[in-house]
Design a protein around this ligand. Structure first.
Ligand SMILES: Cc1cc2nc3c(=O)[nH]c(=O)nc-3n(C[C@H](O)[C@H](O)[C@H](O)COP(=O)(O)OP(=O)(O)OC[C@H]3O[C@@H](n4cnc5c(N)ncnc54)[C@H](O)[C@@H]3O)c2cc1C
Length: 415
């Protein structure tokens, strides 16, 4: 098996790298940072993003009829990797809502939403979690009642990242009030300017002081979203009514696929190696220490495993296959690697490594200390590692479903 990219893909990588070093000036990076802090893109960033789109580097693997380039998923991975590494920009992988629409939408929905997502005229936030159900997503209570050609929505979502800058929400709701658990759920694509929707901020640990520009765990805020009899057209339904569990799980799996998924967790390894090679006197002292060298090398090996797991998911997506447990395996290993490496780097750097962004003696703008603060959330959001492990056990290893807490343990016959 050959894991190498083709010469054409490597040539494309070089082109993207050249573009980045030319266009990503400190001003553009500052504008891009605004978005990461939940304040939308500044004008210079918007211009560069438009340039990236005009070159066909956004949605490279999405079908041409919906505004993509019809290219290979693995080629898109090369582009994704470079833009995410440079400024945490996602150029058409997961996280946009569009892969789920391509997988489950009608022709009209694909033709309407996907090109607009590519042009960033439509930006989705993800409305899955609720105060009483995060891991246990089948307990969704937010309700949508069919009223002729409309749905009336009432309920609440929580941790809805970027709701304050999104035009639409990808909303998992209960459409059958009599239903339980996975049945009777549906997905609605809801415009955020619908009357009856209120967004309230939930600040994260990264709020004060804000993280440096190259931080991967950088969400300053997420949100609560309230629906008070918000009404939308029935045509907002994605997939069939009542099929929301399958539609949303497919969407979640596709959303997890992309270079961003492993880079969130391994970019610090790259930063650490680059910093150790730098002229910083503190780095010079550390890089000659055999223990430091061993630890960094070990971490680097894990980082490569994270990348290979992501590439396996990319390869499954490219072949049009269904994920069984592979996305979950990646979602366990990479975030836990991020936790281990950020803790390790914190220990290696000592007290200077604890200083946050803005402190004069910090290391690399405080990126390692912010990483230590933020790494944990990645083991929870987008499906927690404990729940992912359970999915691997059930779907990957075919083990029986774990008994629900409080259920009586099975006893031997006759006991
Ligand atoms: C920064 C951030 C951004 C987020 N962005 C979004 C977003 O944009 N949209 C969205 O919909 N959601 C988002 N989330 C929510 C995220 O998906 C949930 O936090 C996650 O699903 C866990 O749900 P919970 O917080 O309710 O925790 P709980 O479900 O209460 O879980 C608490 C702990 O118990 C463990 N646990 C729960 N059930 C089991 C079980 N059966 N077996 C073993 N362990 C179990 C969990 O692993 C976890 O460690 C975000 C969360 C964070 C932190």
């Amino acid at each position: 098996m050959d894991f190498a990219f083709t010469p054409d893909e490597e040539a494309l990588r070089a082109k993207v790298q050249a573009f980045i070093s030319e266009q990503f000036t400190p001003e553009v990076l500052a504008d891009l940072q605004r978005h990461k802090l939940g304040r939308g893109f500044g004008p210079r960033a918007a211009q560069v993003l438009e340039e990236i789109r005009a070159r066909g580097w956004v949605a490279y693997s999405w079908p041409r009829e919906y505004g993509g380039q019809g290219g290979k998923r693995t080629t898109q991975f090369v582009i994704e990797e470079e833009f995410f590494r440079a400024a945490q920009i996602v150029v058409g992988g997961g996280g946009t809502g569009a892969p789920a629409i391509l997988a489950s939408g009608t022709e009209e929905q694909k033709a309407y939403y996907v090109p607009r997502v590519i042009r960033r005229e439509i930006v989705f936030c993800m409305g899955y979690s609720e105060p009483q159900c995060g891991s246990d997503l089948a307990g969704v209570r937010c309700r949508a009642t069919r009223m002729g050609e409309r749905y009336r929505i009432s309920g609440q979502k929580i941790y809805t990242t970027n709701a304050q800058v999104s035009t639409h929400i990808f909303l998992l709701v209960r459409t059958d009030p009599e239903s339980r658990r996975h049945k009777g759920l549906s997905v609605l694509l809801v415009p955020m300017d619908t009357p009856g929707i209120t967004v309230r901020p939930l600040l994260t640990i990264q709020n004060e002081p804000g993280p440096p520009a190259n931080a991967t765990y950088a969400e300053e805020r997420t949100n609560e979203v309230f629906f008070d009899d918000a009404e939308v057209a029935a045509s907002c339904l994605l997939g069939a009514e009542g099929d929301g569990w399958a539609v949303s799980q497919r969407g979640l799996n596709l959303d997890r696929v992309g270079a961003f998924r492993h880079l969130i967790s391994v970019q610090r390894d790259e930063d650490m190696v680059n910093w150790l090679k730098s002229g910083d006197a503190r780095a010079a002292r550390l890089r000659d220490d055999p223990v430091v060298r061993d630890k960094v090398a070990e971490s680097w090996i894990e980082a490569q495993v994270c990348r290979l797991l992501t590439m396996r998911s990319i390869s499954i997506e490219q072949r049009g296959g269904d994920f069984v447990y592979e996305g979950s395996a990646e979602k366990v290993f990479a975030p836990e690697h991020g936790m281990r490496s950020s803790e390790l780097f914190g220990q290696l750097l000592g007290p200077f490594g604890q200083l946050l962004h803005g402190s004069p003696d910090n290391v690399e703008g405080g990126v390692f200390s912010h990483s230590q603060l933020g790494a944990f959330q990645s083991t929870v959001n987008h499906g927690s590692v404990q729940v992912m492990r359970d999915q691997i056990a059930r779907k990957g290893l075919d083990l029986p479903r774990a008994p629900r807490p409080g259920a009586r343990p099975a006893t031997a016959r006759g006991a």
